[in-house]
Write a protein that binds this ligand. Structure first.
Ligand SMILES: O=C(O)CCC(=O)C(=O)O
Ligand SMILES: [Fe+2]
Length: 346
């Protein structure tokens, strides 16, 4: 997890409207149709080394499914607060599924309270099996919600595995490098709602505080409202304008650690001063809970000694959530105590 020193330099919350040349748009068609995976890997290598973010087009996910999932998200957040609070994430223990109210998770807690509400689902497990695995809490008052959101989660999972194969190729690793370490990967499908802010906005309350993502890969669908900001290498916040037909992809801490900083888990935040409600769908995927992340040999040299100790995906992610979830801090004083079944080396 990067510390937020660069972000602290900037207290102006209006992002500069610069050309987004440095965060490229990658066409996934040659990867998905098999015609030129090498070309896609080459573009991904540049994007992740320089921006940590990219837009992707021709991703193959049905527009209808995306639109329907946005509609389900809106219907959920329109429910009365009492109804949403029945599904509160604190009911789910360490499985971390359910509803998170405004200010219920703060991603830059020393500076910012997050003016957002979210709803998290993940792979369906009948009982709580440990961190990130357990039953979902579905809003039964909304017929069809469960089916759509679960289908969307599955579509994101399938796409993320293809993108991870391209990330592996981009690192001169075999395309299936990540697969043995992702037998039951941690994944979270999050629905988000950002109420608009008006008047003087300062960093104490914004949509989502500056943060890097915790896991391997994030796939974000944003509506047309805008508000995502990504930091460029000069420490300037750049507007991440929604581009119709694309997802925003970024890598999280685990890939930065795996690549010993060759690839960047970049800082980003959301400030919604549009005057409109903003909705987004963020899918996060990691390795298995007990998969160990150690810097790759190929990313270590005399000039670039190993910068990160080995850590499991589960321990890293749970520790990050402990910092951002006030409800978890009340319930847990330690992170993951032990790694079940011994580590899988990633
Ligand atoms: O909603 C967005 O645009 C970004 C969300 C995000 O950064 C996150 O959930 O980690
Ligand atoms: Fe994020």
């Amino acid at each position: 997890m990067a510390k937020l020193n660069v972000a602290q330099l900037d207290d102006r919350l209006r992002a500069q409207r610069q050309s987004f040349d440095k965060v490229p748009l990658v066409d996934l068609a040659p990867l998905l149709d098999g015609s030129d995976p090498g070309q896609v890997a080459k573009e991904i290598r540049w994007a992740l080394a320089n921006a940590g973010f990219m837009y992707v087009k021709n991703h193959g996910v049905s527009v209808r499914l995306i639109d329907e999932t946005f509609a389900r998200a809106k219907a959920f957040f329109d429910l009365p607060t009492t109804e949403k609070m029945k599904l509160h994430i604190s009911n789910s223990g360490v499985a971390l599924r359910g509803y998170i109210e405004v200010f219920g998770e703060n991603t830059d807690p020393a500076k910012t309270k997050d003016l957002k509400e979210c709803f998290d689902v993940g792979p369906e497990w009948p009982t709580v099996e440990g961190p990130f695995f357990g039953p979902n809490q579905w809003p039964t008052v909304l017929p069809g919600f469960q089916e759509t959101v679960f289908l969307y989660h599955e579509a994101m999972k399938a796409l993320s595995i293809k993108i991870l194969s391209s990330i592996a190729l981009s690192l001169d690793l075999p395309a299936d490098f990540f697969e043995p370490k992702m037998k039951n990967p941690i994944s979270i499908q999050r629905l988000l709602h950002y109420p608009p802010q008006s008047g003087a906005v300062d960093e104490r309350v914004i949509g989502i505080g500056a943060h890097t993502d915790y896991g391997s890969l994030t796939i974000l669908a944003q509506d047309s409202v805008g508000g995502l900001q990504v930091m460029n290498r000069e420490g300037v916040w750049i507007v991440g304008n929604p581009i119709p037909g694309t997802f925003v992809i970024n890598i999280g801490d685990l890939i930065q650690k795996l690549t010993n900083d060759r690839y960047l888990a970049n800082l980003h935040r959301v400030v919604n001063t549009s005057g409109r409600e903003r909705y987004s769908l963020a899918f996060f995927i990691d390795g298995d809970c007990d998969a160990v992340i150690t810097p790759l040999e190929s990313c270590i040299s005399d000039d670039s000694p190993p910068r990160y100790p080995s850590i499991t995906c589960g321990a890293h992610k749970f520790t990050r959530f402990l910092e951002s979830f006030p409800h978890l801090q009340r319930e847990h004083t330690t992170g993951l105590a032990a790694q079940p079944n011994g580590p899988t080396v990633l």
